[in-house]
Design a protein around this ligand. Structure first.
Ligand code: CMC
Length: 448
């Protein structure tokens, strides 16, 4: 061991015998300490005791992108990335998609257990009764340029909700917290519908409280002159399943953003707006839109080998492939793939991009570049094709992700507030810049 190395040895049981521990030996000083291992983790702050002198700040961990750092304890979503397992509150995603509705899953995420019949009925009623937004929000949406991206509009309008519900900043009040959750789940489809209609130059459609969650969203998107829009129940069901699949996914980029911003004790609308902003990015929720653009660019099955060569040469990424956590398969992708055919059958659309997607998946899964890096289709690879079959434009795809993820963000925000260990998120840095420069000398050096 060289002088500047820290050696970590993991004995089976600690001295007090009640938990595992690792022994850490600091090669710089010879100091050796046992650090408790709880749930497969050591507390990073425990490393601070390793110092080279009393003035030393103490040892830190360096973990850009938090690839190996647990930032919280959570009982909401379990993922085993190697085995392709996704469970919400212990229930497998496959069963939830088959038997539950999105609103039931949203209740489960937020409350921790399944609702009984009365609780589900009340939950549905409350969500349905809060779907309308203040008329000034409509005027606010009208202020956007004709070509504003719907996700940008959603980001702004969710943030704006905090100004309509100023009491939501009383995050210590359980009723304010509860109402903020209900309001956001209820109003997100309305804001999304308004954003879409604005981008089409069409009048905004108000919620229809006779319809279920997914059906109402479809009517706010597509109602024209008919007195009553009747969504096709098979399409509403497929959309509801997509909503379930996107409801939560533990500490992903947007959820981490909601928790980090929420840890400042800001109101929940502002915290969720941070989640929407994070989701907007092409490496996160923006990937489904990017997949469709990629498939359109590939144009035909014959061009797939060239495209894959370009990916392998590092010129671009195969969008909809790869995941930070899933390293064998993404169970959500498998469920979605099953629904693509069903939806196309109902809509009667024959999307040539589906053929390209299926062949692209096949060739990539046969290719050592992708298999050796454990790159498999993720949730976004096929979801865009369903959205397209539902006639939802590509610019709305990430919005389609944000609507259901709202329940996950709220569940995670509530859990964070109740966690006695929650403190304002504030990572450390390794400073790499200059120190103690003289300003006037600096000016002179640049000729001023
Ligand atoms: N196409 C080509 N190569 C890839 C891809 C891809 N989609 N994803 C990862 N790689 C390569 C990457 O270049 C690296 O190769 P090397 O070891 O030679 O440098 C290796 O695989 C590991 O990649 P990474 O960037 O370290 O992996 P990550 O865990 O940081 O990134 C990811 C995860 C999802 C950002 C990434 O796989 C990606 O950019 N995928 C495409 C975008 C996408 O589909 N995003 C949706 C994610 S699922 C929905 C959600 O949760 O938001």
């Amino acid at each position: 061991m060289s002088d500047d190395q820290v050696q970590v040895v993991e004995p089976p049981v600690s001295e007090n015998g009640d938990s595992n521990a690792v022994t850490v030996t600091d090669g710089r000083t010879g100091k050796s300490e046992q650090l408790a291992v709880t749930d497969g983790t050591v507390r990073a702050s425990e490393l601070r005791q390793f110092k080279t002198d009393p003035e030393d700040f103490g040892l830190m961990t360096y973990d850009p992108a938090y690839t190996n750092t647990a930032s919280c304890r959570s009982a909401i979503t379990f993922i085993d990335g190697d085995k392709g397992i996704l469970q919400h509150r212990g229930y497998p995603i496959e069963q939830l998609c088959e038997h539950a509705s999105y609103l039931e899953v949203a209740y489960l995420l937020i409350h921790g257990d399944l609702p009984n019949e009365k609780q589900l009925e009340n939950w549905r009623y409350e969500i349905t009764m809060h779907t309308f937004v203040h008329e000034n929000l409509k005027v606010f949406v009208q202020g956007f340029r004709y070509d504003a991206h719907p996700m940008g509009m959603l980001l702004a309008t969710v943030g704006a909700l905090s100004t309509f519900y100023p009491d939501a900043k009383n995050i210590g009040d359980p009723e304010e917290r509860r109402m903020a959750g209900i309001r956001m789940i209820a109003k997100m489809p309305t804001l999304a519908g308004f954003a879409y209609r604005h981008s089409q130059g069409m009048p905004y459609v108000y919620p229809d409280n006779d319809l279920d969650y997914a059906g109402n969203f479809l009517q706010m998107m597509f109602k024209m002159t008919e007195l009553k829009y009747e969504p096709d129940p098979r399409l509403a069901k497929a959309l509801d399943t997509l909503f379930i699949l996107h409801a939560d996914h533990e500490q992903n980029c947007s959820t981490a953003a909601v928790r980090a911003v929420g840890s400042s004790q800001v109101d929940p609308y502002s915290a969720v707006a941070a989640g929407v902003a994070a989701l907007y990015g092409p490496l996160h929720g923006g990937a489904n839109e990017a997949v469709l653009r990629m498939l359109a660019r590939i144009k035909s099955v014959e061009n797939i080998p060239d495209f894959l060569s370009s990916v392998k040469a590092g010129n671009e990424r195969l969008m909809g492939f790869g995941h930070r956590v899933y390293k064998n398969f993404d169970p959500r992708a498998q469920i979605i793939k099953k629904h693509v055919g069903e939806v196309l059958e109902v809509t009667g659309t024959d999307n040539p991009l589906l053929e390209i997607a299926v062949e692209l998946e096949k060739q990539a899964l046969d290719d050592e570049y992708f298999t050796s890096r454990k790159l498999y289709p993720n949730v976004d690879f096929y979801s865009g094709l369903i959205y397209e079959a539902l006639q939802i434009p590509r610019s709305m795809f990430t919005v389609m992700f944000a609507i259901p993820r709202t329940s996950g963000w709220i569940a995670q925000w509530l859990e964070m507030l109740d966690d006695p260990e929650t403190k304002i998120a504030r990572p450390r840095q390794i400073y790499t810049g200059h120190r103690d420069r003289d300003f006037l000398e600096g000016r002179k050096a640049v000729g001023r």
